[in-house]
Design a binder for this molecule. Structure first.
Ligand SMILES: NCCC[C@H](NC(=O)CCC(=O)O)C(=O)O
Ligand SMILES: NC(=O)OP(=O)(O)O
Length: 320
């Protein structure tokens, strides 16, 4: 595998899930594979899970790991071409990327959407520069439009916790105080569309996800109706994707607290499991009793990030 961005990069999902289980049963099975190989993780944004689980996965595979927090100690990086660099940015990404590539064998990139220029974000401008100029296999650790390591971990978790062959999975928008990217719902929709599940998305008008990721998925604007009979409730906030309202790209369109997942929402489901990628803001996305309740699987979901990442890095190492 040369890059890991979209669901197609992983190939057959049943095979990927089997590899995930193999690694979960013996995390150190392939510890010789990464000997003398180095993973470089580059963070333009904060992280807890991705940082720790990716490092753990790489260490399980015997790799060395270096981490660069671009905003904490590195030169500030210019990402645009054609600018006169007389501001606070001392180095251009186009020099920095091949330099970084020379010190490692695989690169993971976290670079969130700026949420001001849809075209720039949806072209995955930063990620694609890493792919083009690093000379290394690159995987997304949440970039402008995708978070595939999360979606793969979510798929593993659903596969582990499902009680019926084809579960009903509902992705529900929920309110938040900040404008958040669309990467998590985009990837979740893309992966659920590819998986053998009954997938429904619910959100207020204006939050329609890009059809590149969510095309073909059923959208139900009545949240309670969408949640009826659900086996999994996947809550997430996202800002306006700018599909039906191009002028509102990246904006908060609704703060409707009736969308916060509470006991009354869970009551109409089929004893659904509650999922969220974390970090989650209680009281906005979900109530304390739901996230702390017996049907909340957010902790095993996060734990599966180590597993999804192990499968991806293993494939990249084997392809070298
Ligand atoms: N990688 C997991 C989610 C990251 C990001 N959440 C955030 O930025 C939340 C920050 C806050 O709640 O202040 C997102 O939604 O894409
Ligand atoms: N879910 C997730 O990616 O978490 P972090 O932002 O903490 O890495």
């Amino acid at each position: 595998m040369k890059s890991f961005i979209n669901v197609d990069d992983i190939g057959r999902l049943d095979k990927a899930l089997a590899e995930a289980m193999e690694i979960k049963n013996d995390r150190f099975k392939y510890q010789c594979l990464g000997k003398n190989k180095t993973l470089l993780m580059i963070f333009f944004n904060n992280s807890l899970r991705t940082r720790l689980s990716t490092q753990k996965a790489a260490m399980n595979l015997g790799m060395n790991v270096i981490v660069l927090d671009v905003n904490a100690g590195a030169w500030k990086l210019e990402t645009e071409r054609g600018v006169i660099m007389d501001g606070d940015k001392s180095e251009h990404l186009l020099e920095a990327i091949p330099v970084m590539g020379s010190y490692c064998d695989i690169i993971g990139v976290r670079s969130f959407a700026g949420l001001t220029d849809r075209e720039y974000d949806y072209a995955e401008t930063v990620l694609n520069q890493f792919i083009k100029y690093s000379g290394r296999p690159v995987f997304a650790m949440e970039t402008a439009t995708v978070h595939p390591l999360q979606a793969f971990a979510d798929l593993i978790t659903i596969d582990e916790y499902k009680t019926v062959a084809r579960p009903k999975v509902v992705l529900s928008w929920a309110p938040h105080c900040r404008a958040l990217p669309q990467a998590v719902p985009n990837s979740f929709a893309q992966w659920m569309n590819a998986a053998d599940v009954d997938f429904v998305i619910t959100h207020p008008e204006g939050y329609e996800l890009d059809p590149v990721f969510a095309g073909g998925a059923r959208v139900e604007y009545d949240q309670m109706k969408a949640l009826e009979g659900a086996d999994f409730v996947y809550a997430k906030n996202w800002s306006c994707p700018g599909v039906t309202r191009p002028d509102d790209y990246g904006k908060i369109l609704s703060r409707d607290m009736s969308w916060t997942i509470d006991r009354s929402h869970m009551a109409v489901t089929n004893n659904a499991k509650f999922m969220h990628c974390l970090p989650v803001r209680r009281g906005l996305i979900v109530t304390d009793d739901v996230i702390e309740g017996p049907d909340s699987i957010v902790i095993p979901e996060a734990a599966n990030r180590e597993i999804s990442c192990s499968v991806v890095i293993r494939r990249m190492l084997e392809a070298m």
